[in-house]
Design a protein around this ligand. Sequence first.
Ligand SMILES: *[C@@H]1O[C@H](CO)[C@@H](O)[C@H](O)[C@H]1NC(C)=O
Ligand SMILES: *[C@@H]1O[C@H](CO)[C@@H](O)[C@H](O)[C@H]1NC(C)=O
Ligand SMILES: *[C@@H]1O[C@H](CO)[C@@H](O)[C@H](O)[C@H]1NC(C)=O
Ligand SMILES: *[C@@H]1O[C@H](CO)[C@@H](O)[C@H](O)[C@H]1NC(C)=O
Ligand SMILES: *[C@@H]1O[C@H](CO)[C@@H](O)[C@H](O)[C@H]1NC(C)=O
Ligand SMILES: *[C@@H]1O[C@H](CO)[C@@H](O)[C@H](O)[C@H]1NC(C)=O
Ligand SMILES: *[C@@H]1O[C@H](CO)[C@@H](O)[C@H](O)[C@H]1NC(C)=O
Ligand SMILES: CC(=O)N[C@H]1CO[C@H](CO)[C@@H](O)[C@@H]1O
Length: 412
Amino acid sequence: MKQNYFLPTPETTRVVESPNSRKFRICCIVAMISLCVTLLAPWTHLQNVYTFSGYLDNISKPYYHIVEDDKFGMNSTFFKLHSSKVTHIPENFSISGSQVCAGGVPGVLFVVPSVASAASKQTRVDIRETWASAMYGNPSLQTSSTSTDASSTSTDASSTSTDASSTSTDASSTSTDTSSTSTSTDASLTSTRLAFFFGSSNLSEEEMQSLKNESDTFGDIVVGDFNDTYENLSLKMAVIITWVASRCPHVKAMVKVDMDTFVNVDILLNLIDQLPAEEHPSFVFGNLHNANHPEVMRTGVWSVTETLYPFEFYPKYVYGHSYVLSGPAVKLLAHSFPYFPIIPNEDAFVTGVMAVVLNITRFYHQSFADEAEINIVDRFDKNILTSALVDSETRWKLWDSLKKRKKKDYPA
Ligand SMILES: *[C@@H]1O[C@H](CO)[C@@H](O)[C@H](O)[C@H]1NC(C)=O
Ligand SMILES: *[C@@H]1O[C@H](CO)[C@@H](O)[C@H](O)[C@H]1NC(C)=O
Ligand SMILES: *[C@@H]1O[C@H](CO)[C@@H](O)[C@H](O)[C@H]1NC(C)=O
Ligand SMILES: *[C@@H]1O[C@H](CO)[C@@H](O)[C@H](O)[C@H]1NC(C)=O
Ligand SMILES: *[C@@H]1O[C@H](CO)[C@@H](O)[C@H](O)[C@H]1NC(C)=O
Ligand SMILES: *[C@@H]1O[C@H](CO)[C@@H](O)[C@H](O)[C@H]1NC(C)=O
Ligand SMILES: *[C@@H]1O[C@H](CO)[C@@H](O)[C@H](O)[C@H]1NC(C)=O
Ligand SMILES: CC(=O)N[C@H]1CO[C@H](CO)[C@@H](O)[C@@H]1O
């Protein structure tokens, strides 16, 4: 059974100018002060705290676009949560990563799905020493006050996020809002940390021991008890998001980054700051898949059966190498995963299908990694890119160059 009644028209994406949203924000404040104070609280301090000299200068405006193709979902009963559980999300952890979100930090958590191979181990070393290095203190262990730059002084006692989970889902009755119990001390967008995620079920004893060592040293390892196979990538992401929702209820944003992706953290945080989070508390933000109608594969590594997903196309979705989920989106997803089948195409599943099911706003910007990376080093040097797919050599090249520029911006 193939249905394609959800074909979006070419006009399905609407360009949103940031200045307009600013105007709207002002109107909003004037019109509904009390409501807005509640909604804006977690975000407004950013404007003052996180200012960089021109990092967004070369980033193309507008700073975000909104995907609008949710019409097709409304014609189908498919894009709805089931009324009872259909998916088991493993919630046992051999290494629980209890340090990662200790002490009410971070505001932004980078999650990096990883594997136990020797090559991956070296990549983790490189990531800690390059684009993520500001998240690691000296000694390297991530400590409670570590943040990206020198500006982590803001305290945000009012970081209980707007709870988007209590509406719009069939499963809402099962959702419990953990945000109100969080004891946040520094969950501003400038406080950042990173964690690597693994599945334990087929790890050897040596591999597990080695990860325990890494965990003791860096405090950035989480191992869930499931089989870490390529086919389980969507499940792995569901485990990760569920872990973040329960262990890091105060995060304002979670950034999913692949091992082979380099992130300019400064640009990313500034870009997130441009999003109208008060109007769209639940959002995903990345680079839009360049197919107007992303095709569903029925053979090969990304194949999905028609039973699992009956349509020819996926909803518009953002690429999986690097995308942001807002705190409310993380909670909404975590509450909802048990009530929807896992579709084994991680980015299409999380940022497309589930975004439609849960009415999560899809923001996109072309500065995120796409699949046809050209002139990466050059574009990075011009501050055009937020993230990029890299090999080991390029990772270091980009970092050396970025470090030089940061020094210029922050003379010691
Ligand atoms: C999860 O942990 C519980 C309690 O330790 C245990 O009874 C259960 O068997 C574990 N489940 C899996 C799948 O390992
Ligand atoms: C773990 O660390 C200990 C002490 O630092 C070391 O003796 C041991 O060889 C390490 N094990 C692995 C598997 O890396
Ligand atoms: C992992 O795979 C093995 C072998 O296929 C299986 O016996 C085991 O039950 C699986 N573990 C989980 C958590 O699914
Ligand atoms: C993960 O995938 C493997 C097959 O690739 C499967 O055996 C396993 O049961 C899946 N689920 C879990 C929870 O590990
Ligand atoms: C774990 O799973 C991966 C991916 O399927 C496989 O390549 C590897 O051999 C497995 N390792 C063990 C120890 O079973
Ligand atoms: C979907 O979310 C938007 C905010 O992003 C909201 O304005 C709209 O009312 C929501 N739609 C539904 C059907 O809940
Ligand atoms: C923007 O790009 C130009 C070259 O196109 C470069 O000279 C300039 O330094 C860049 N600005 C920033 C802030 O990186
Ligand atoms: C593509 C398509 O069939 N869209 C329909 C979805 O349902 C609405 C409301 O019934 C119709 O107006 C659309 O034409």
